[in-house]
Design a protein around this ligand. Structure first.
Ligand code: NG6
Ligand code: CA
Length: 507
């Protein structure tokens, strides 16, 4: 070969290499810019044993099961707390709720408990180019103290990271019983202003306590203030007639908002927090689901929630984004049957065990309070499996940050992305759980519940809350139902757990 041919050949080779390199660069660029959508589907008071994928036999939840069986079904997945507000606080801020004294069950008039300066999951995602929205239950407070519901209510979700919000302020059993869109009460008639008060009734307004003849659902404890749609609530409310929600349509209403959000944001990476209200009280299934479970409205609304989730997944599929969407499914706290209304939840329960084999329930430091159905699903990306790694909702912030390419995190959130994607089975070493301001330590297979005075049984809801005159220590590996207190038999372990607990609590 002469020199000229050699020169031509080598130039050709270099050009083609450069071209290949450019192509690779282009591919990896589109790969990194194509961030997955993230959807958190969060139920309210759904227990560890309430889904057929988690062992329920008396209830069938095929749509949630499809997520569990097509994704990772966590068996040691925790909410941070055994009630709503603190769990939601932890989920959204990545911080332990017991570090914020205001993170406890809030009335509908409570101010926002997340500081607008604080790191949040939607804020972190927004910085990485995400569109962010919440549809459903908020329960983290609104405004700064004296909310005027007839003006824009702020600060709220839109001020802590959500571009769009369509919420119920507190709980379905608390006033105001209206939807709030981006801070504005939906369908508010300016000639019929809303007033809300948690201490005093408004003159001449009927209440559950004084006017039982006006109620269609009877109160058992609490829940005897203003009556809306025949249901006596917590708190007093006057006015806002046209804005009041219809309880039986709430599930369809939120579903439609969630579906519309997907349809209108499918071309951007989006984060949707779909915070469903079921099966919290008052349980108000749409007539399509009433009587379907055979175990009263609590079972019916679980079936309704399962149906909604199926419809929602269908929308993701139809809009062509299912394969590019990471779905996280969980619940905010454990199950309760009678949470303040006579609604047959306890009398018609039959053989169903909402907590599965776990002890306790909502409000409890025993496992059923905080151990939740917990699922990650990402079609084509996560291989179906069951994981017994210790994970908590508090860890989503750091883990999702990693997923979208940032190190932004908080002191309490742990990056467990590999665990959530099924690439590792090494979860947290320790976790502090919380129930009505009391805390306990999970570490390895053990759980340590310090001695808390107070009644062991909350008789109103009939739940063992984890109070005891002596410290409690269980090895969950062999004793998931927490029957055998090892505190006396294993003082070394007790001491070790106590020391870790004190250190983590910073005391
Ligand atoms: C309690 C309510 C209960 C429920 C709970 C909040 C009474 C007697 N009980 O105070 O019915 O609303 O608060 O539930 O009022 S949570 O899931 O939002 O934490
Ligand atoms: Ca709840």
């Amino acid at each position: 070969m002469n020199k000229l041919v050699l020169f031509l050949l080598s130039t050709l080779f270099m050009v083609s290499c450069a071209k290949n390199k450019k192509q690779t660069a282009e591919v990896s660029q589109t790969e990194t810019t194509k961030k997955p959508n993230i959807v958190v589907i969060y139920l309210d008071d759904l227990g560890y044993g309430d889904l057929s994928a988690y062992g329920a036999t008396e209830l069938q939840t095929p749509n949630i099961d499809a997520l569990a069986n097509g994704g990772i079904r966590f068996t040691n997945g925790y909410a941070s707390s055994a009630t709503c507000t603190p769990s939601r606080y932890a989920l959204l801020t990545g911080m332990y709720p017991w570090k914020n004294k205001n993170a406890k069950i809030l009335p509908g008039t409570a101010p926002l408990i997340i500081s607008t300066e604080q790191q949040t999951l939607p804020k972190m995602l927004k910085k990485q180019g995400y569109q962010t929205a919440i549809v459903g239950k908020w329960h983290l407070g609104l405004g700064t103290g004296n909310v005027n519901w007839n003006e824009r209510v702020s600060p709220g979700p839109n001020e802590v990271g959500f571009d769009e919000s369509y919420i119920l302020a507190a709980t379905q059993d608390r006033v105001p019983t209206v939807y709030i869109k981006n801070g504005h009460v939906v369908n508010l008639d300016p000639n019929d202003p809303i007033e809300v008060d948690y201490k005093n009734n408004f003159e001449g307004q009927p209440t559950g306590k004084d006017n039982p003849e006006l109620t269609t659902m009877k109160w058992h404890h609490g829940h005897n203030n203003s009556i809306v749609n025949g249901i006596p609530r917590i708190g007093y409310m006057k006015g806002g007639e046209a804005a009041k929600w219809s309880d039986v349509d709430m599930a369809d209403h939120f579903l439609e908002k969630a579906q519309t959000y997907v349809k209108t944001h499918k071309n951007e990476p989006f984060f949707l927090y779909y915070a469903m209200q079921q099966p919290h009280v008052p349980r108000t299934p749409h007539p399509r689901f009433a009587g379907k479970s055979g175990m009263g409205p609590r079972g019916d609304v679980i079936l309704e929630a399962d149906w909604c989730i199926g419809e929602f997944i269908k929308t993701l599929e139809e809009e062509g984004v299912l394969e590019n969407t990471l779905i996280v499914f969980s619940s905010d706290n454990g199950p309760v049957l009678n949470d303040g209304y006579y609604d047959d939840a306890d009398t018609k329960i039959g053989n169903h065990t909402p907590a599965g084999v776990l002890r306790g329930g909502k409000y409890s430091l025993f496992e059923a309070g905080t151990r939740m159905p917990f699922i990650t699903y990402w079609k084509g990306n996560i291989k179906p499996t069951t994981s017994d790694a210790l994970v908590c909702q508090i860890d989503l912030l750091a883990s999702l940050a990693k997923l979208v390419g940032t190190e932004e995190t908080t002191t309490d959130s742990k990056d467990l992305l590999d665990v959530f994607l099924g690439k590792s089975n090494t979860g947290r070493e320790h976790l502090i759980i919380e129930a009505t301001s009391r805390t306990a330590l999970r570490s390895g297979d053990y759980i340590y519940i310090p001695a808390y005075g107070g009644k062991p049984l909350n008789t109103q809801v009939n739940i063992e809350v984890g109070n005891s005159d002596v410290p409690l220590l269980y090895n969950l590996k062999g004793d998931l139902s927490q029957k055998n207190n090892l505190a006396e038999a294993n003082p070394e372990k007790l001491k070790e757990m106590h020391e870790i607990f004190v250190k983590l609590r910073g005391e």
